[in-house]
Design a protein around this ligand. Structure first.
Ligand code: PNW
Length: 475
């Protein structure tokens, strides 16, 4: 099963999850520093203070990427490292780190793919209201211009936001992510201001970058499935699709917010006041590529007749973390079910057909829009054996079957330009701290020793051959 000759094979990381050096060279706290240092918010109080120490070890890490034969590397730029207060002039030492990283990548023949925002908002901006206020979107546009001016001569692929759904709804709705706020109306306001931030950043990138630059946004689109074909279950799926997917794809790709989303949430926010004239045009500026992150499908139903779900109850089988506050504003009475399939260490069901369906659905809805799988991967309980190896056959199987799904989608006409394995390294898995390992490369946190897992070798062979072996179990 061979992939297109220009297929971009890569791996992905995010600044707060790997860099460490939290207080070095002028960096100030982001909302994730504050959150992880707040007792009870992360597994065993884990923080990104040191993480995988990538800030000091990036040369070694780029050498690992070269060893794996990666054609591309997706990383994120830490906003508080390059613009500590989120306003005003840039810190050159912060930018120098990314300049050096990009130079190292280019010298190794690896295409840099930069994400401007992977969840680390400068705490100073959160103190002024964070994503619940419009000004943050304006600040983001200015930051985008700074990053583009510094790196635009070397970085061709740019992504504005990573998974704004998580930023808005886990950050301000369920509170399981930073800044840990739990107000459904604020979560919706955050979603709009993230959309606006994306639009402002697209404009800034277009103004600063050469004409052949590729501008994108990465969404964690939910492959929503109804438990049965009953009207009530289908409506539950429609609701989750609205507040999970179309709240972003509507204004970014389809001209505006969907009417059903506005209706489902009209009791929470005044959309006519929130969305100002011209906003939807800014947000809808054309993009060159849509990034999609996929791990597992989402299975939902309506509650049983007459049943009222208590807070926290609906989330029981929701993959998005336990909380008494729903990350689904206006649709709190939707029941989440564990989809069929084996579970990863995140308790996420393994189902490659979800990736196939997601890609083909998006392709049909947006013909002509190139797609990139910007994250896919799995956490398992990896251990180092007596020979010093990490054998992870389940991760190989996961990646293999998901790549087969991508291959099948391409064969059926989808324009998928690349695939980025999450993640290059084991790292700080947000509220799960270091207890979940997604890496192709194992990290011994006590010594910072890197050990490529068996899956890393498998992935290297795949990249080199630009193909995967035929799979038995169809996706
Ligand atoms: C993505 N959920 O986050 C992020 O982009 C990565 O930083 C992260 O490490 C990776 O997936 C693995 O979790 C997600 O609750 C966070 O379903 C939460 C969810 C999905 C993706």
């Amino acid at each position: 099963m061979t992939f297109p000759s220009t297929f971009l094979w890569g791996s992905a990381t995010a600044a707060y999850q790997i860099e460490g050096a939290a207080a070095e060279d002028g960096r100030t706290p982001s909302i994730w520093d504050t959150f992880s240092h707040t007792p009870g918010k992360t597994y065993q109080g884990d923080t990104g203070d040191v993480a995988t120490d990538h800030y000091h070890r990036f040369r070694e890490d780029v050498a690992l990427m070269a060893e794996l034969g990666l054609k591309a590397y997706r990383f994120s730029i830490s906003w508080p490292r390059v613009q500590p207060t989120g306003r005003g002039p840039a810190v050159e030492r912060g930018l120098d780190f990314y300049r050096a990283l990009v130079d190292e990548l280019l010298a190794a023949g690896i295409e840099p793919v930069a994400t401007l925002y992977h969840w680390d908002l400068p705490q100073d901006l959160e103190d002024l209201g964070g994503w619940t206020v419009r000004e943050t979107a304006e600040r983001f546009g200015e930051y985008a211009a700074i990053a583009a001016r510094a790196l635009g001569d070397k970085v061709k692929f740019w992504t504005t936001l990573n998974e704004p759904w998580c930023s808005a709804f886990l950050g301000y709705g369920s509170g399981v992510h930073a800044p840990g706020r739990t107000d459904p109306a604020d979560a919706l306001r955050a979603a709009h201001h993230l959309n606006l931030a994306h639009g402002r950043a697209v404009a800034a990138l277009r103004a600063e970058l050469p004409a052949d630059a590729k501008v994108s946004v990465t969404l964690n689109l939910h492959q929503v499935r109804a438990l049965t074909a009953s009207p009530a279950d289908l409506d539950a799926a429609r609701r989750i699709d609205a507040v999970g997917n179309r709240v972003f794809t509507g204004p970014i790709l389809e001209g505006g917010y969907p009417a059903d989303l506005r209706a489902d949430t009209a009791h929470l926010v005044d959309w006519d006041a929130l969305v100002q004239p011209g906003d939807e045009a800014v947000i809808g500026a054309p993009i060159d590529v849509l990034g999609i992150n996929y791990y597992s499908p989402t299975l939902v139903s309506a509650p049983a007749e007459g049943e009222e779900l208590a807070p926290g109850e609906a989330a029981r089988n929701d993959a998005h973390g336990a909380s008494d506050h729903s990350p689904w504003p206006g649709s709190e009475q939707v029941v989440f079910h564990l989809p069929p399939g084996e579970l990863t260490a995140m308790n996420w069901a393994i189902d490659p057909s979800g990736l196939y369906d997601l890609i083909t659905d998006v392709s049909r809805r947006h013909p002509g829009l190139p797609l990139m799988i910007t994250e896919n991967g799995a956490a398992f309980e990896d251990t180092v054996n007596a020979e010093g190896e990490v054998l992870d056959p389940r991760r190989i199987d996961y990646v293999h079957r998901h790549l087969a799904a991508v291959h099948r989608a391409i064969a059926d006409g989808a324009d998928v330009r690349g695939y980025f394995l999450w993640s290059l390294l084991d790292n700080f898995e947000w509220s799960y701290g270091y207890s979940r390992r997604f890496g192709a490369v194992y990290v011994d946190y006590a010594t910072q020793l890197r050990i490529p897992k068996a899956s890393a070798r498998w992935y290297a062979r795949t990249v080199r051959s630009n193909s995967i072996p035929q799979v038995d179990s169809p996706s």
